[in-house]
Design a binder for this molecule. Structure first.
Ligand SMILES: [Cu+2]
Length: 205
């Protein structure tokens, strides 16, 4: 006898479709077996729904899955008498907004986040208190905009060489990148453009 037949032959108010126990097939209509089976089924379904609903939420809050990435880290070569340099890179968000808080590098006494902007007809730069990283999209540090000022260079930055940079993000924590030193005249398109990059994050291809 199949369980389907047993369900059909049994009480009409059974809806769970669970195989019935011996008590039910033996004509015991106390109804105890069915509510227990129903409760088990409902509990199982609720658990499954919970598990399905919870897994994407867990993925979104997992810092490893959504931590920003840093690409195209570069700096201009410097000459020995110059004790400041600048590093540039692109930070891309992968589903979770973050904030670059600070940076250190062994090649300089300090690494400060700066913003260059137009102050009347004069290009000035000022320190900024962190740099917002969008949840989706990118923010680019580039000549003429945001940059990481390397103050108190301990050695000249030589084209072709590279140096480590340790970044600290509010949520993602510490991240280490290698900065490639490019020729002193190296420029990016943004340098000829006085627009404020902060207003167009991620606009650069
Ligand atoms: Cu600066």
């Amino acid at each position: 006898m199949s369980s389907l037949t047993r369900v059909k032959n049994d009480h009409p108010h059974r809806h769970c479709g669970e195989p019935l126990g011996d008590a039910a097939t033996q004509g015991n209509h106390t109804g105890r077996a069915a509510p227990l089976a129903c409760r088990n089924a409902v509990t199982f379904i609720m658990f499954a729904v919970f598990a399905l609903a919870a897994s994407p939420a867990l993925a979104q809050t997992d810092p490893a899955a959504t931590r920003p990435t840093v690409e195209h880290a570069w700096a201009r070569a410097t000459v020995a008498v110059v004790k400041t340099g600048a590093a540039y890179f692109t930070i891309t968000g992968h589903g979770a907004a973050d904030r670059l808080l600070s940076a250190t590098t062994p090649v300089a006494e300090r690494a400060e986040l700066h913003m260059t902007g137009n102050d009347g007809n004069v290009m000035r730069m000022r320190p900024v208190d962190g740099l917002a990283v969008p949840a989706t999209g990118a923010v680019t540090l580039d000549p003429g905009g945001y940059h990481l000022m390397l103050v108190g260079l301990r050695q000249p930055l030589v084209a072709g060489q590279h140096f480590p940079l340790a970044l600290t993000f509010q949520n993602a924590g510490a991240m280490r990148v290698e900065v490639v030193v490019e020729a002193a005249g190296a420029a990016r398109p943004m340098e000829m453009n006085h627009a404020m990059p902060g207003m167009t994050p991620g606009a650069k291809p």
